[in-house]
Design a protein around this ligand. Structure first.
Ligand code: ADP
Ligand code: ZN
Length: 757
């Protein structure tokens, strides 16, 4: 038996080995193996079982890793597509489809000692008082972890050993699964009666589920095309306003999928993977007719928890997976449905190699496995909405909130007037202050949003012009008052905050902190509303694993009146008593050099506004802005997605940005700026030559990237826009593979980038 193996060291090549007789039964495509390579031993994955090899003298594989093949052939095929589409080595793509915790050579199960009562009733021997106490617990529980038994009874292990010596019990190691949600009590829920909009959406999805068939084995789906065309699996774009009840539609679609004997993957952005969200899924399926485990995969799990969750899926015990980006690779088989909630979210894009976009991978996976894909959002991405308009995706609209709750009233406050009135940069307008005051009086809750952490965002000396910047990055340092430091938000470099100008020849005591962050908002609230209970939620305040749950729990139970936060509080949270939402500085996200700045601002404002008025009282939103008439702000005020989309589409067309083209962004990085600039020029010429004579290709750069230096590396960009991405991608991969770059210059390719900095 011969196997073809991709090694974990990225060599962009595969190697053949023979399988010794005794291992044959355990080897198939997708099995992970340990093989000799030169004088080393390395891990790899079996990608094929060829009849013969062109090489003579094959070496033997040494070992099979794991009891089950860890990569199903379907996921392997997906990994190959990723390598091709996103221009990366197959080895890296394969590596990224397995969580680290699963990829270890040693199997990662945790064994603990368990005490089990031996079957058969026997005469009870004479036991001491201590032993009897322990025995009574054992009689009731029959089986219990030794550690737990000792904790309950206060006995020592020696006491338990004595009982064992009487032959009453057995103490033995057993795999004990780590369950990240073990401490939650989750009450089961039943399907809700859907409103007409929800029913209409569900009917379309279940119809597609009924007709979607897995592609015939061996039939290779056409992967070369745009990468987003629906093939065998239908793709739906569910455009439903905040509070329209999208989740209930997901839940019932999953129910239908389970009834067909298939499984489902639910992707949600990492930050909205709250206990609240997870609970809604567990509550529905832990006891339903098609009862199954719900596995959860996200980065806040311990590696052991992730290992166990993953194996629950691989063993087929969990047929529903809910997770962040990488959950799209979960080995659910057969797969019937993939839901991508908040499909417009940028966190679906992985910002390191392989730079895949989980939403787009979901669409491709759906096509490969005949699964139905549902992309859901209140503010779909321009790309997805354009695909729906073109008929590539089927559009499902849910334009009203459940129970006809009104969308909140949004007021835009012109902060230029406030600046004049308050004679300085204002934090809260008079109107917002008054509104907070009134809501607090009525014992209602308030959420305030500002997408920037820290206290002040810059430090300047008005006398000598000094600005505190990071020595290693091209950005200014943020003042964090509680810690008394200036900190870089790229590399975390920090220094004590100075009280006089640090320029030796200046030493001016009148240094000025300016620019606003969440810490200062919180501080100002304490001053303005001394009796209100204020909490802040951003990555500075959430240090421990449980902080997130605790703060949200306190807010839910009314122990907090005002919650201040960054985008962490913008998504998916549902607090019926929140009647007022304030967006402190709405135009922050407009001032970034990115063609999606407007889109992002519109999405953020809509999401944040959606947190208000989800109970009986109508919600109210204050949007404070220095450019109050910007279309992104005005359309968000009117809850007019279509209006925004139409206008934005025109702008995209004029400039030939996506969805009218696709982008490949090339980044060059190195410590020597001249070398980077020189390599960038060379790269530009090379790309020019690659696409000479092609129609509809627009090249920009080389130019310093908006983030010109990060962690001591200078950064340059070359951007390519094209209508023929598959062709371009292939040509580019070829060209880059031929090139020799200077040792200290690194070139990376990002296909369909979302981060242009
Ligand atoms: P979305 O995800 O679209 O923002 P949710 O799914 O969170 O909206 O729904 C908002 C609220 O409405 C939730 O509390 C949900 O339980 C409730 N809900 C959804 N569908 C129905 C329904 N058909 N009848 C009653 N309540 C519903
Ligand atoms: Zn830095």
């Amino acid at each position: 038996m011969i196997v073809r193996v991709t090694l974990e060291i990225a060599l962009r090549r595969e190697f053949d080995y023979v399988v010794p007789e005794e291992l044959r039964a355990n080897v198939e495509v997708g099995t992970r193996v340990k093989v000799p390579f030169g004088s080393r031993q390395v891990l790899g994955v079996v990608t094929a079982l060829p009849e013969s090899s062109t090489r003579a003298q094959l070496r033997s594989i040494l070992k099979v890793i794991g009891k089950q093949s860890q990569i199903t052939p379907k996921v392997l095929q997906l990994a190959r597509w990723i390598a091709g589409y996103y221009c990366c080595a197959v080895e890296l793509a394969i590596k990224s489809v397995l969580p680290d915790a699963v990829r270890q050579e040693k199997d990662g199960w945790r064994e603990r000692l368990f005490v089990r009562v031996q079957p058969g009733s026997r005469e009870l021997p004479k036991l001491t008082r201590r032993q009897l106490d322990v025995w009574h617990v054992l009689e009731e529980r029959r089986e219990i972890a030794l550690q737990e038994l000792l904790e309950i009874t206060g006995a020592t292990a020696e006491v338990v050993r004595r009982i064992e010596s009487h032959g009453l019990i057995e103490i033995a190691p057993r795999v004990s699964e780590r369950d990240p949600y073990a401490n939650e009590t989750i009450l089961p829920t039943l399907p809700l009666a859907l409103n007409p909009e929800q029913s209409a959406a569900l009917v379309r999805i279940t119809k597609a589920l009924n007709s979607a068939q897995p592609p015939a084995p061996g039939a290779a789906p056409s992967l070369g095309s745009a990468g987003r065309d629906p093939g065998d699996g239908a793709v739906f774009l569910l455009h439903g306003v905040t509070g329209s009840g999208k989740t209930e539609v997901y839940l019932q679609a999953i129910e239908h999928t389970l009834s067909q004997g298939r499984g489902a993957i639910v992707l949600v952005p990492e930050i909205s993977l709250t206990p609240q969200t997870v609970e809604r899924f567990k509550a529905r399926f832990s006891q339903s007719r098609h009862q199954t485990l719900v596995a959860v995969l996200h980065s806040r799990l311990s590696s052991g928890e992730r290992h166990d969750e993953w194996h629950k899926i691989r063993q087929g015990r969990a047929r529903i997976v809910i997770g962040a980006r990488s959950a799209i690779f979960a080995p659910v088989d057969p797969l019937g449905l993939v839901i991508v909630d908040e499909e417009h979210e940028h966190s679906y894009k992985q910002e390191e190699t392989p730079r895949y976009h989980a939403r787009d991978v979901a669409v491709v996976r759906g096509r490969m496995e005949g699964a139905v894909i549902v992309l859901g959002s209140a503010t779909p991405s321009m790309e997805s909405y354009a695909n729906a308009k073109k008929g590539k995706y089927a559009l499902l609209e849910m334009p009203t909130r459940v129970d006809d709750q009104k969308l909140p009233l949004v007021r835009v406050v012109d902060m230029r007037n406030e600046a004049r009135k308050q004679k300085g940069p204002p934090i809260f307008s008079g109107q917002l202050k008054e509104a907070i005051h009134q809501r607090l009086e009525k014992k209602e809750q308030v959420m305030l949003f500002l997408n920037r952490r820290g206290y002040s965002t810059s430090l300047q000396c008005p006398k000598c012009g000094y600005v505190a910047g990071c020595p290693d990055c091209s950005i200014s340092l943020t003042f964090h008052r509680a810690e008394g430091v200036l900190r870089c938000h790229i590399c975390s470099h920090h220094t004590p905050a100075p009280t006089v100008c640090p320029e030796p020849r200046c030493k001016n005591p009148g240094i000025r902190y300016s620019g606003l962050g969440t810490e200062k908002v919180e501080d100002t609230l304490h001053k303005l509303f001394p009796t209100a209970r204020v909490a802040r939620m951003d990555s500075d305040t959430l240090q421990r694993k449980d902080d997130y749950r605790r703060v949200l729990g306190d807010f839910k139970t009314g122990k907090i009146d005002i919650l201040v936060g960054t985008q962490m509080i913008a998504k998916g949270l549902h607090f019926p008593n929140v009647t007022l939402v304030g967006i402190v500085h709405a135009d922050l996200s407009l001032h970034i050099p990115d063609f999606r700045a407007s889109e992002r601002t519109f999405q953020l404002l809509t999401q944040v506004s959606g947190r208000a008025g989800r109970g009986d009282v109508e919600g109210e939103v204050f949007v404070q802005a220095f450019t109050p008439f910007h279309p992104a702000i005005q359309y968000a005020r009117k809850h007019d997605f279509q209006g925004f989309y139409d206008l934005e589409l025109e702008y995209r067309e004029q400039l030939q940005y996506p969805p009218f083209s696709r982008i490949a962004l090339l980044t060059l990085e190195g410590r020597n700026e001249e070398k980077v600039a020189f390599a960038a020029e060379h790269l530009r010429k090379g790309v020019d030559a690659c696409v000479a004579g092609w129609k509809g290709v627009i090249l920009a750069g080389p130019a310093p990237a908006p983030l010109a230096k990060a962690e001591t590396f200078y950064r340059y960009h070359v951007m390519i826009r094209s209508h023929q991405m598959p062709k371009l991608r292939a040509r580019l991969a070829e060209y880059l593979a031929e090139q020799q770059w200077p040792d200290d210059v690194r070139v990376t390719v990002d296909i369909d980038p979302v981060n242009l900095s």
